[in-house]
Design a protein around this ligand. Structure first.
Ligand code: PEP
Ligand code: MN
Length: 338
């Protein structure tokens, strides 16, 4: 951390900063300029310190963080890529993993049709929400436990692992009995009680990016899962809120190579929630794979017109099958396969 003193800061003010640094067990490197003094704060865990500790001291102009606030999710902490293993399927390796299915589990017929279609087209994991984090309390909230039971039936019948969202820390243990992968949604990325409980559970987890969160905040949230001993963490970019309103969110494609540079965790992309419209999903999915994503999370509904949630962004089975063919070409061109 770098503490920049105000022009004309007194020797007492500079000394006050030095003493505060040393009281924290950290070291100081003093750069006394002709009219500006800069104090470098050195130590192994400065990334976890609040800049306010120094910003509040008399004579301080600004404090700049050098170390990242996240630790366990960083490449400095672990240089080699993390591989998350689900039912013998590895996420983070050469194979691109496709998770697909309806936004919400609606009924048995809908789920079985969707599962059959995505499996047939080559998806590796079935997605389906039983607990839906809806913006309005009056919108369909999901079938809850009955939805999980239907997912378990689809899992068994089609021999495909399941990812489903958990929204409440009290449900983590129950949901993890049905899920092969727990999903923490965008709106819950910084629900620290939920992250801690999911971290203790040890079930593999997809951590979606909060739509108003930076990559740094996202990785720091991942540290909550990792700190509790859950190393099976997959990140999911799903679009962020910007001034642009031509799509539902702005898919931050750049976050994929950024994550690959600064973190060891696998990263997948959800083009459906980013785009908000089925016609935009294929291009975003292809761009994600070309940019280095380890997988995709795609909404597919047997009859989007009748969908209770997110019909507009859901692919029909035939659109999904066509996309899978196209994705195979893209994967091949970047030295990967589906
Ligand atoms: C979902 O995947 O079902 C979902 C609600 O997505 P997000 O949390 O990204 O909005
Ligand atoms: Mn959805």
């Amino acid at each position: 951390m770098i503490v920049e003193m105000r022009t004309g800061a007194t020797p007492e003010e500079i000394d006050g900063v030095v003493q505060r640094v040393e009281s924290l067990g950290l070291r100081v490197q003093l750069n006394l300029g002709t009219d500006k003094t800069v104090v470098a704060v050195l130590g192994s865990n400065t990334g976890q310190l609040s800049t306010d500790i120094f910003a509040v001291l008399p004579g301080v102009e600004s404090v700049v963080r050098i170390m990242k606030p996240y630790k366990l999710a960083s490449r400095e902490f672990k240089a080699e890529n993390t591989l998350v293993s689900i039912d013998g399927i590895e996420i983070g390796g050469k194979r691109i993993i496709v998770m697909a299915g309806p936004c919400a589990v609606e009924n048995e017929e809908q789920l079985m049709e969707a599962t059959s279609a995505v499996k047939e087209a080559g998806a590796n994991v079935l997605r389906g929400g039983a607990f839906k984090p809806r913006t309005s309390p009056f919108s369909f909230q999901g079938l809850e436990k009955a939805g999980l039971e239907l997912l378990a039936r689809a899992r068994e019948r089609f021999n495909i692992p399941v990812i489903t969202e958990v929204v409440d820390p009290r449900d983590v243990s129950m949901v993890s009995k049905y899920a092969d992968i727990l999903q923490v949604g965008s709106r819950n990325m910084q629900n620290f009680a939920l992250l801690t409980t999911v971290g203790r559970n040890k079930c593999p987890v997809v951590l979606k990016r909060g739509f108003s969160c930076t990559v740094t905040e996202w990785l720091t949230a991942a540290d909550y899962l990792l700190a509790e001993g859950n190393s099976q963490v997959i990140l999911c970019e799903r679009g962020i809120r910007t001034f642009e309103d031509s799509a539902r969110f702005s898919l931050d494609i750049c976050s994929i190579p950024v994550i690959k540079r600064v973190s060891h965790l696998p990263v997948i992309v959800d083009p459906s929630h980013a785009a908000g419209h089925y016609s935009l999903v294929p291009a975003m999915a292809k761009a994600a794979i070309a940019a280095g994503a380890d997988g995709l999370l795609i909404e597919v509904h047997p009859n989007p017109v009748e969908a209770l949630v997110d019909g507009l962004q859901s692919l029909t089975p035939s659109r999904f099958a066509k996309l899978m063919e196209e994705l195979r070409q893209i994967a091949k061109s970047v030295g990967r396969y589906i």
